[in-house]
Design a protein around this ligand. Structure first.
Ligand code: ADP
Ligand code: MG
Length: 669
């Protein structure tokens, strides 16, 4: 049967509305999408491993005859089936089994099973393997590697294998530019294919996918530069006024980046600029200068923060900086009363408020601005790469400033942010205290508490961060709930505040304000304090279970201290035993305070999901490309993408139609 790549998945046998909906969750709508839905990894079921050669942790296909099957009553009841082949024995263990399974797994039957071998007190075992029983010797194994697909709830591997089997039985077009033969090969590589063979084919396809992504970004860029918006050239000298009462001198980098931003604003072409700068490099004030420029024209600015805590903090800063210049600033948060929000919305609608600060979510509920000229998105990495801000003003695109403290390696920026201009703040304000970072094993917690008591007694403040809010059976990690009584009893006379994501926002804001005012000495928190929080008197950051966190996240957390005139410390209180990778990762944080270097390492060790914020948003960024393994393709992606744009638009459009059908019309921005 010949395949129509653009046909819907319901044209396949056995795909009804239910399955269609599940496939859609995986981004699979067309037959082509299913063909592009490639295995995450493979299992080798092509050869039978003899029982005597099995080693712990090995994954493999085994077969043998059942010599014994019985119920075992240990801590939990289980069904234990012993297999024998010519070389030895293996136990299969089932904690969950039906009566029918128990009846089928009888002495004398043959079993072919696939699973991972573990070492238990009773020797080698496979727990809950996939298996099939046979009356006679089992058939020969499959000649190909078995794919393991990315999947979603309610959709099993078996289902995905039968569906892709149907695709592989079809005739695909020959010459429409899609690498059908590579794609088909990746669904069922021959058993003798090596990991390198597979990686090579994947890289060829990843190059196409990344090129398509780059083309989308370039199209968005040219769409944007085709728009016209309100030009904001210098009108008054309010920026100079701010410089006078700022209380510090701008760093060279801040001056340079501010100039870049103000130059963009003075044009009719809508700005789209990413400002990246390490934690504490002073990005906020750059946004203030931009907002002042808009205000000089009587035009409005919307500043969006990822959390209420951060919105509140920006509001305080902006009020202090801008109100003396006669620019009215308002705050819009979910914890305000309806009446308060209405009052604020009215001030925005009438144009009386020139700067509105709030959380991202609030701006999505379409606040009507009188004349919105500029949007600022802080800590953009939280929102994912694809999801650009699209607050439009009566159909007109405002200037956009995006700020992030997550340094993105240059190779990635050039391709992934090809639609934006990028400024880098590569200098910290003078007089910043270096932060001494130490790694300490959990068993030495007493010493850490003693250090903490010393800092607090000296009038300083501290953070103590736990991964969990309350104790969990599933996860062995520190929780706020369990840690609170321990710290409270160890620190008599000190006020300990608690901050976590399950608290109401007004409660969070109250705790944060108390901490900022110095009425709370120790803030026991989850990673909600990760971004942007600025309390210069805090000098100690203790992080529990740092081995569970990403390096970029640890760097962010550490950046909460070292913001004032006092020496600061970060203690990574890890659980033992620490794996070799864990040790390596923590030593990267301990030995470096350079966000860019840490980001590069994170990319190597963990992959870019966290780096680019895709994990937080649950957004799957690429189907095949993995930026960790394919980052080196970027120069080629850019070269090829540029060449296609200038001399082969037909191929460019074909790539877009395959990989980004929604963007191939490239109408939106
Ligand atoms: P980030 O880049 O992490 O968003 P902030 O804008 O929050 O950094 O700035 C961190 C702190 O440094 C703030 O208290 C801010 O007022 C202060 N700051 C910013 N620029 C300077 C500077 N040039 N000199 C001294 N302090 C500065
Ligand atoms: Mg910030």
């Amino acid at each position: 049967m010949s395949a129509n790549p653009g046909a819907g998945v319901t044209t396949l046998k056995g795909v009804g509305p239910g399955l269609e909906e599940k496939l859609a969750r995986l981004g699979v709508h067309r037959l082509l999408d299913l063909l592009l839905h490639l295995p995450l990894r493979y299992q080798d079921r092509s050869r039978v491993v003899s029982l005597s050669s099995l080693v712990p942790e090995q994954e493999g296909l085994v077969q043998g005859q059942i010599v014994d099957a019985r119920l075992a009553y240990g801590r939990r009841r289980s069904l234990v089936v012993t297999l024998e082949d010519q070389t030895g024995y293996l136990k299969l263990r089932f904690f969950y089994f039906s009566r029918a399974q128990q009846n089928a797994l009888k002495a004398g039957m043959y079993v072919q099973a696939f699973g991972q071998v573990r070492l238990s007190r009773e020797g080698l075992e496979m727990i809950h393997p996939e298996y099939r029983t046979h009356r006679d010797a089992p058939p020969p194994p499959e000649p190909e590697l078995t794919p393991v697909y990315p999947t979603t709830r309610g959709l099993g591997q078996g289902r995905l294998r039968t569906l892709t089997e149907q695709l592989l039985g079809m005739d695909w077009p020959e010459d429409d530019g899609t690498p059908y033969s590579d794609l088909r090969w990746l669904h069922r590589p021959p058993a003798q294919a090596t990991a390198e063979d597979i990686a090579d084919v994947q890289a060829r396809i990843a190059l196409d996918e990344l090129t398509a992504y780059y083309l989308v970004m370039r199209h968005r860029q040219s769409d944007r530069t085709g728009h016209r918006t309100l030009a904001l050239p210098q009108a008054e000298h309010l920026g100079r006024e701010l410089l006078k009462h700022l209380g510090f001198r701008l760093t060279g980098a801040q001056r340079r980046v501010t100039t870049e931003v103000l130059e963009d604003l003075s044009r009719e072409v809508p700005m789209l600029r990413l400002v990246q700068g390490d934690v504490g490099s002073g990005k906020t004030v750059i946004a203030a200068f931009a907002a002042i420029r808009a205000a000089e024209h009587g035009a409005q600015t919307a500043l969006m923060a990822p959390t209420e805590i951060l919105a509140e903090q920006h509001y305080l800063n902006f009020t202090g900086w801008l109100e003396p210049l006669g620019i009215s600033v308002v705050l819009l948060t979910g914890s305000q009363s309806a009446a308060e929000r209405r009052r604020v919305s009215e001030a925005i609608e009438s144009g009386e408020a020139l700067v509105a600060v709030g959380t991202h979510a609030l701006f999505q509920n379409s606040v009507a601005f009188r004349q919105l000229a500029l949007t600022v998105v802080d800590e953009q990495h939280r929102f994912g790469v694809h999801q650009r801000m699209a607050l439009k003003d009566k159909g007109r695109l405002p200037h956009q400033l995006v700020m992030t403290a997550t340094p993105i390696p240059r190779t990635l920026t050039m391709a992934l942010y090809a639609d934006m201009d990028v400024s880098t703040l590569d200098e910290l304000p003078a007089g910043r205290q270096p932060i001494t970072t130490t790694t300490v094993a959990d068993e030495r917690r007493e010493e850490v508490i003693a250090h903490l008591a010393g800092e607090l007694a000296a009038g300083r403040q501290a953070y103590w961060v736990c991964p969990l809010i309350e104790a969990s059976e599933a996860l062995e990690a520190a929780s706020v709930e369990e840690t609170l009584p321990v710290l409270e009893s160890a620190l008599p006379g000190m006020s300990v505040g608690v901050l976590h994501g399950r608290m109401k926002s007004d409660e969070k804001a109250r705790v944060m304000a108390e901490f900022k005012a110095g009425r709370i000495q120790l803030l026991l928190a989850t990673t909600v304090v990760e971004v942007g929080v600025d309390v210069p008197n805090a000098t100690l950051m203790v992080i529990e279970n740092p081995e569970r966190m990403g390096l970029a996240q640890l760097h962010q957390l550490r950046g909460r201290v070292g913001r004032g005139a006092h020496a600061s410390y970060c203690v990574l209180l890890y659980a033992t035993p620490l794996s070799e990778t864990g040790r390596r990762r923590l030593s990267v944080i301990r030995d470096s305070q350079d966000g860019f270097r840490i980001a590069e390492e994170d990319l190597q060790i963990r992959g870019p999901g966290d780096l680019l914020g895709t994990r937080q948003t649950g957004e799957q960024q690429f189907r095949i490309a993995d930026l960790r393994t394919h980052a080196h393709l970027m120069p080629e992606v850019i070269r090829r993408g540029d060449a296609l744009l200038s001399s082969d638009p037909e191929t460019a459009n074909r790539l877009l139609a395959i990989w980004a059908p929604a963007d191939s019309g490239h109408a939106g921005v």
